[in-house]
Design a binder for this molecule. Structure first.
Ligand SMILES: [Zn+2]
Length: 144
């Protein structure tokens, strides 16, 4: 028997469409050179790096992958924070909104859950390399 999935939603920051369907967060992805493209389904549990894609869609280790909203096709790169991070919105059961940032580098495990300028959760063995830069950038953006 399947366990009841957590009632957490993920939204596109641009069009606010729901990106989570059943137990997957759905993205359109492209290799940086644009030669490979397809659908990528991420696990909705923050810090879980398992994903599903068609077997023909393979990215090599440390390849940069562009993530797009499958509804409005906007590039989800967190340009104000870091070119290597993707940003989406999480809405929890209490309807609290958080910004979720994760690395778009294949094989790099780094995820941040942010509320205003605070890191609420940090996951992944590669996340430490982003922390200082990330915090200073967030403060910089909030100070504008
Ligand atoms: Zn969108």
């Amino acid at each position: 028997m399947k366990t009841e999935p957590m009632k957490v939603h993920y939204l596109c920051p641009n069009c606010r469409s729901y990106l989570r369907v059943w137990n997957n967060i759905i993205f359109t992805v492209k290799s940086a050179e644009g030669k490979k493209q397809g659908l990528l389904l991420l696990n909705p549990e923050v810090g879980n790096y398992t994903y599903v894609s068609h077997p023909s869609l393979k990215f090599f280790e440390s390849e940069k992958v562009e993530f797009f909203c499958p509804v409005c096709f906007s590039n989800l790169t967190a340009k104000q924070i870091n070119e290597n991070l993707v940003k989406i919105i999480m809405v929890d059961e209490q309807l609290h909104e958080f910004d979720i940032y994760f690395s778009k580098i294949a094989g790099q495990h780094a995820t941040f859950k942010i509320a205003q300028d605070n890191i609420i959760e940090r996951h992944g063995e590669h996340s430490s390399s982003y922390v200082n830069y990330f915090m200073s950038k967030l403060r910089e953006n909030l100070g504008e």
